[in-house]
Design a protein. Structure first.
Length: 366
């Protein structure tokens, strides 16, 4: 018995059809279909002969592969890994395989991944992560400012539009780019909800670990939080809004600076970090300074990443359904969602890191 692989020509002969018909029946076609009886005959012949289709031939015939590209800024960040889990679930339901790329905070790499997906005829591509001002494709989330060699403004939008015009699906998670499909996170609204809830618990003196300058997610969360507090009569002093990298170490460093400059007994009552990984770093800095959360300073974050289950005390945060966001983005990229733009609003989750405060006394206000 020959060990040579079964060819499509053999399948065509076994089924009694032309090679072109066999190809369309097995590989699909972007322009022509096969009668159902012929298709079943070919597939039955392929099963009898144990024929394995050529993925490259299928891609050429259909015009698209079964790959869905997911591009994130940092796969080690639980925010992105949870979104990726949702994308993978939805892609599996659609019969697609996820190819994952991490930009490592490089906008040049992000653009290169989009171009690669276009050349490889990926079925769709999803970009997850916040953008930098003004429009956002000359820099990326989590790491700070634009990287060296960043693409010119508009390059990413142009590349995504070209991918879409060639028949691929596109979706963004975070902020919109032009008119492309997007799952937006209601960052400002969620942060404002958190500020009102904390004010209701009796907190009046706040500081904010605000992430890097120009980062749209960080800026929206900072503005929503400080704006709501100003409306409630508890404005945050400009000096108490500290910029830092959008990382655990960024939160640790900024919290350390806040502790060092604080006079005895004049730490803020509560520190809000604009994402959870920064908040975890801030809590570690408090402990390393010989202080306690929440006895010496309360801490809150944003996102409700799954690793918070191991943090003590439990961190107050704004829960974003990240896995569901990933699934929704996948449906959007595949053209299966009712709208091309949707907004997800978070839910405030109060935990032990921000217990209710007793009413202020005249000595507290002195």
């Amino acid at each position: 018995m020959s060990d040579a692989p079964v060819t499509l020509s053999q399948v065509a002969r076994e089924a009694g059809v032309s090679l072109a018909t066999a190809s369309r029946a097995i590989n699909g076609s972007a322009t022509r279909s096969v009668r159902e009886d012929l298709r079943e005959r070919v597939l039955e012949a392929a099963r009898r002969l144990a024929y394995s289709p050529d993925p490259s031939a299928q891609a050429m015939a259909r015009g698209r592969t079964t790959a869905l590209g997911l591009v994130v800024h940092d796969i080690a960040d639980p925010y992105f890994s949870t979104i990726a889990a949702g994308v993978a679930r939805a892609a599996e339901r659609a019969g697609l395989i996820v190819t994952l790329a991490s930009t490592e905070h490089s906008s040049a790499r992000e653009l290169a991944f989009v171009e690669l997906a276009r050349r490889q005829r990926s079925r769709a591509i999803i970009l997850a992560g916040g953008r930098l001002e003004p429009e956002g494709d000359a820099g990326v989330a989590s790491g700070g400012g634009p990287d060296d060699g960043a693409p010119v403004p508009g390059a990413l939008e142009a590349a995504l539009n070209a991918f879409q015009e060639a028949g691929g699906g596109v979706a963004l998670v975070g902020q919109p780019i032009g008119g492309l499909p997007v799952v937006e996170i209601a960052n400002a609204d969620g942060a404002a909800d958190l500020a009102r809830a904390l004010h209701g618990l009796g907190y009046r003196r706040f500081a904010v670990l605000a992430g890097p300058d120009g980062h749209r997610t960080a800026a929206d969360r900072t503005a929503g939080f400080t704006g709501a507090l100003a409306e409630l009569g508890s404005p945050v002093a400009p000096d108490d809004v500290l910029t830092c990298p959008f990382t655990r170490d960024g939160g640790y460093s900024a919290m350390g600076d806040l502790i060092k400059r604080a006079d005895a007994g004049r730490l803020p009552e509560l520190v809000f970090a604009v994402n959870d990984v920064m908040a975890v770093g801030a809590m570690a800095a408090v402990r390393d300074a010989g202080l306690s959360v929440p006895d010496d300073v309360a801490v809150a974050g944003f996102d409700d990443i799954h690793t918070l289950r191991d943090v003590s005390p439990g961190l107050t945060t704004v829960r974003i359904p990240l896995a569901e966001v990933g699934e929704l983005a996948t449906e959007l990229a595949l053209g299966r969602a009712e709208r091309t733009r949707t907004t997800v609003r978070g839910e405030v989750v109060l935990r032990d890191s921000t217990p209710p405060r007793p009413p202020a006394t005249p000595a507290d206000d002195a």
